[in-house]
Write a protein that binds this ligand. Structure first.
Ligand code: FE2
Length: 189
């Protein structure tokens, strides 16, 4: 489930089909993919093997040459430095393609004179075309596990706009960090 917002409006779209249509109109590909192939803690090789068909199909479709798995959590060394590279408005000379397996984050897309935010969750596949002005930040739980595709890994660097627009938007994510079942307790009087 992705959550689409159009700040400063309060308008929110969190229905998968509607998100797909709305993003499609903006030139952004969005799909929901099956998450049941591998366990949440499966090693990178197992994840890439489990999704090999989708990885190859995406390579054919977009001209990507490689795919990998990024996996960060609050204990990842250098996480702040890593995030600081991408939370300022920038573009890339190739597409930014992500399939989210765990964690959450927000892509802010600056399209013409409007900013659209896309909060991505596990099961979301998002493809941001090359040249799209955007920035990315993690939610408060600072966790993301995602398959990434590349046309040329040496070319995947941020080109900063220096606009400062990113400073005008709070990276607030929807709801609690944990969506698991509630724990009921029994009081023994
Ligand atoms: Fe980016």
């Amino acid at each position: 489930m992705a959550v689409l917002r159009f700040p400063p409006d309060e308008n929110v779209i969190d229905n998968d089909a509607e998100v797909r249509v709305a993003l499609g109109k903006l030139g952004i590909d969005y799909e929901r993919w099956d998450l049941s192939r591998v366990g949440a803690d499966a090693p990178a090789d197992a994840v890439l093997a489990a999704y090999s068909a989708e990885i190859e199909a995406m390579k054919q479709q977009g001209g990507y040459t490689t795919a990998d798995l990024i996996d960060v959590n609050p204990e990842t060394p250098g996480l702040d430095t890593m995030l600081a590279r991408f939370d300022k408005e920038h573009t890339h000379s190739e597409d930014e393609v992500r399939f989210i397996l765990a964690g959450r984050g927000i892509f802010f897309l600056h399209l013409e004179d409007k900013v659209v935010s896309v909060e991505v969750h596990p099961g979301d596949m998002l493809r941001v075309p090359r040249g799209t002005t955007h920035w990315f930040t993690l939610c408060a739980d600072r966790r993301i596990r995602a398959i990434r595709w590349f046309q040329d890994t040496t070319g995947w660097t941020p080109h900063y706009t220096g606009s400062g627009v990113d400073q005008e938007h709070q990276p607030l994510c929807f709801g609690p960090a944990y969506f698991g079942p509630r724990v009921s307790t029994t009081l023994n009087a």
